[in-house]
Design a binder for this molecule. Structure first.
Ligand code: PEP
Ligand code: MN
Length: 373
């Protein structure tokens, strides 16, 4: 399903300071000196396209630093006047939007905790009606693509065409090295729904850890995301919020300079041929996989019929454990990761169970066979 979003290209509202597009600045505006000094260092790099800063901070628990609020907008204005950097802040209600526009903030974004709530998003969208300002929509905290899409649609329906998405990762109960799981498939899915929607990656909030920012940023560029939003603070060790994930402007540039930029399409014709040949090989293998899946499902149907006639349960846990163990071992020997093999087998198994359930429920098992069971 393609989304019907009316979008202007990124280049129409933000000037690339470098490749990749970079939005940087502190998690929170803390003091006038901290914000202005950070802005100067970022501007001096020549690679930053916009200065970000949190003015109102959505905090999980009350009593934590909830942002410097309105006064920070004045500091932001000073930072912009002195450095020439356009500014970007998070807005979470209509009042934030009004104050931000009044203070001349150039770019607004909807935070992850707001995107989850359609009432909040609609309030922001209504406040934006008739205004020509770029808006970026972070993914919701929870891995729900529809909420993300819904928020983008609400903002777009309000007439905002300078629109982008920010991929900042998703909450997950699973323990991992990341603060928020990237769940790249969701960002890819958004891209397939809205191919002309720019997606900016936020490796700071994905990792929660400055040492992993480069790794995630590279992955985002490899997936053809259009830019990066990275938290940068003049002295991260004393940052009031998100200290572990912020980097100094110097460290930021070090990260950026180590990124490899890959072109979405290859220009050189020799490379094009090579790529076409490899893609053709992949297509052939995919065809084979699908053909084999079809053969497998036909056998599953026979098993379903047999189970029905003999009144046997669909799921036999021992059998499933055996399939998994065998498959994972075989996969390992062929250099496939156990996680991948397990996921693949689970997908195939779920479809097999679905097919068998269909067969079992097609017609009741014949009575005379039941007595034999
Ligand atoms: C932020 O950008 O500082 C922030 C609060 O991010 P998120 O909404 O992604 O948690
Ligand atoms: Mn932050």
């Amino acid at each position: 399903m393609k989304l019907n979003l009316n979008i202007e290209p990124l280049e129409s509202w933000i000037k690339k300071g470098s490749d990749p597009l970079l939005i940087a600045g502190p998690c929170s505006a803390e003091t006038e000196e901290q914000l202005v000094a950070t802005a100067h260092l970022l501007a001096k790099t020549g690679k930053v396209s916009a200065l970000r800063a949190g003015i109102w901070k959505p905090r999980t628990r009350p009593g934590e630093f909830e942002g410097i609020v309105s006064i920070g907008l004045k500091w932001l204005k000073r930072a912009k006047d002195e450095t020439g950097l356009p500014t970007a802040i998070e807005v979470a209600n209509a009042k934030h939007v009004e104050e931000a526009l009044e203070a001349g903030v150039d770019i607004l974004w909807v935070g992850a905790r707001s995107t989850v709530n359609p009432f909040t998003v609609q309030e922001i969208a209504d406040a934006l009606r008739g205004v020509d300002v770029p808006v970026m929509v972070k993914n919701p905290v929870n891995p729900d693509l529809s909420l993300w899409i819904g928020a983008l649609e609400r903002i777009n329906n309000a007439g905002i065409t300078k629109l982008a998405a920010i991929h900042r990762g998703f909450s997950s109960h699973e323990k991992s090295a990341f603060r928020n799981e990237p769940m790249w498939d969701l960002a890819i899915s958004l891209k397939t729904h809205a191919p002309n929607l720019p997606i900016i990656n936020d490796p700071s909030h994905i990792t929660g850890n400055r040492d992993l920012i480069g790794y995630i940023a590279q992955k985002a560029l490899d997936l053809d995301m259009q830019g990066l939003m990275i938290e940068s603070h003049i002295d991260p060790t004393v940052a009031w919020t998100d200290a572990a994930q912020q980097v100094t402007p110097a460290a930021l540039i070090e990260i950026i300079e180590h990124l490899a930029l890959r072109k979405p399409e290859v220009r050189n014709s020799e490379m094009k041929d090579k790529l076409a040949e490899l893609r053709a090989q992949i297509d052939k293998i995919d065809d084979l996989v699908i053909q084999k899946m079809s053969e497998r499902m036909k056998i599953v149907e026979q098993i379903g019929t047999y189970k029905r006639e003999n009144n046997v349960t669909i799921l036999q846990v021992n059998r499933w454990d055996e399939i998994l163990r065998r498959g994972i071992n075989y996969g390992k020997a062929l250099k496939l990761s156990p996680e991948f093999t397990e996921k693949l087998l689970e997908l195939i198994h779920a479809e097999s169970i679905r097919k068998q359930t269909e067969i079992m429920n097609k017609e009741a098992a014949p009575v005379e066979k039941l007595t034999h069971a």
